[in-house]
Design a protein around this ligand. Structure first.
Ligand code: DQA
Length: 150
């Protein structure tokens, strides 16, 4: 259940290999680091009156546990499950535990890439999906979430 008191909270989750942004396939994912993405979300969060928490893991179970912790503690979720987007029923099932808006974000346009990336295990349980806008996709997601939460 979403919180009704205090400043609304938004959790931003990043899946496997996104800690390598900046170095990782820059022609696909750009040159912005994860640290810089998180800092820009933190700054935008302040303007939008949202408290931002960020979390990155290369481990499916750690991501599942973090989603479970969001129950009753967060008012919105932005998630880029990275490669786990295409495989993880566990992340999908964890998201089904939440009753807060969930925005799925991908830096690249997953539908323009290899066929195995065309299927998202979470797109039909997420509130919305933003794909292919690069790093601005995260700030777009946060602005959209702010509108949903406030
Ligand atoms: C990604 C797309 C995924 O297919 C890939 O495995 C990633 C990143 C993206 O942001 O474009 O790691 O989620």
């Amino acid at each position: 259940m979403a919180l009704n008191t205090g400043q609304p909270k938004v959790l931003v989750m990043h899946g496997p290999n996104l800690n390598m942004l900046g170095k990782r396939e820059p022609e696909v994912y750009g040159t912005t680091t994860l640290k810089a993405i998180n800092a820009s979300l933190d700054e935008l969060g302040k303007k939008l009156g949202l408290l931002i928490e960020t979390f990155q893991s290369n481990h499916e179970g750690a991501l599942v546990e973090k989603i479970q912790e969001a129950i009753g503690n967060q008012n919105g979720l932005i998630i880029n499950p990275a490669a786990l987007t295409h495989t993880s029923i566990a992340i999908r099932d964890a998201l089904l535990l939440l009753d807060i808006p969930v925005i799925e974000v991908h830096l690249s346009n997953i539908y323009k890439r290899e066929p195995f990336r065309h299927k998202s295990m979470i797109s039909d349980v997420a509130t919305a999906q933003i794909t292919g806008f690069g790093t601005p996709g995260y700030t777009m997601a946060l602005k959209a979430l702010a509108g949903m939460i406030h």
